[in-house]
Each structure stands twice: as structure tokens, then as C-alpha cells.
Design a protein around this ligand. Structure first.
Ligand code: GSH
Length: 124
């Protein structure tokens, strides 16, 4: 059976260049794992309707989660769509374990905390 490529929803720059640090996280993981994917360039005003149409549940807003619907998001080969970088990476790691992202190396959670601290320091 032929497997469908992953759909990777990225933000559309003026010349369809990948510019978002958040979506780059997932592009890097897909490239590292050499997973076939197709890019779907998406405009900010379309994110919400796109993800709702794919059955994505809104994020619960808290100190670190500002938007109910965000990119990056991916549609996996089974047709389910996932938003939020960490959730996406966990799914990619489960589906494509090699090469591993080594998420259990102790640095991942530290990096997430550091990113949160830096966001705060930049006057959110
Ligand atoms: N924690 C999220 C953050 C993603 C995020 O904030 N993405 C921005 C684009 S860089 C977004 O989609 N914002 C939606 C909006 O501004 O309405 C992740 O890494 O997946």
C-alpha cells in the first residue's frame, strides 16, 4: 500500500520562503529524518479555518500558549492533523524512530524552559 506524504503546513512568506522559527523546528526534524513531505503554504488569517477543517482541537490558552490555532501543523499519513511543535515531534519520533531525535537526553526540557524564560524577558 502506498503511504501518503506528510502535509507540512508552513507560513507563506512573500516569496514562499520558510521564515518562521516555529515552523523551522518541524522542517528540520522532517529533513533530519528524511521523511517525504509536501509543504502547504498558509496565510495567518487562514490558520484557524484550516485547522478546524482538519479536526484540530484549539489549544487551551495559558501563560505560554497565546493562540488557539498555530503553525507548524502536519497531517500524518493516517489523515490526522497535529499542531504544536512538541506534539508533532513526538508523533514523528513514534512513526519514524530512526534516526532518533534523542528527546530523552535531558536537554530538551531545559531548552523548552529556556525558550519560555527568554520569551518573558523580551517583554511579553
Ligand atoms: N508552541 C507553538 C508556537 C507556534 C506559534 O506561535 N506559531 C505562530 C507562528 S510563528 C502562529 O501560528 N501564530 C498564530 C497567530 O498569530 O494567529 C509551536 O511551537 O508549535
Amino acid at each position: 500500500m502506498e503511504s501518503k506524504p506528510i502535509l507540512f503546513y508552513d507560513l507563506a512568506g512573500r516569496v514562499n520562503k520558510c521564515y518562521s522559527n516555529n515552523t523551522w523546528k518541524i522542517r528540520l526534524v522532517l529533513n533530519y529524518k528524511a521523511v517525504p513531505y509536501e509543504v502547504v503554504h498558509t496565510e495567518y488569517p487562514d490558520i484557524k479555518d484550516l485547522l478546524i477543517s482538519k479536526g484540530v482541537k484549539p489549544n487551551v490558552i495559558d501563560e505560554y500558549t497565546w493562540f488557539p490555532f498555530t503553525l507548524p501543523a502536519v497531517t500524518l499519513p493516517n489523515g490526522s492533523t497535529v499542531q504544536n511543535s512538541r506534539a508533532i515531534v513526538d508523533e514523528l519520533e513514534r512513526l519514524f524512530p530512526s534516526p532518533s531525535m534523542r528527546l530523552d537526553n535531558g536537554y530538551t526540557e531545559r531548552a523548552i524552559r529556556l525558550a519560555h524564560d527568554l520569551d518573558g524577558a523580551w517583554g511579553r
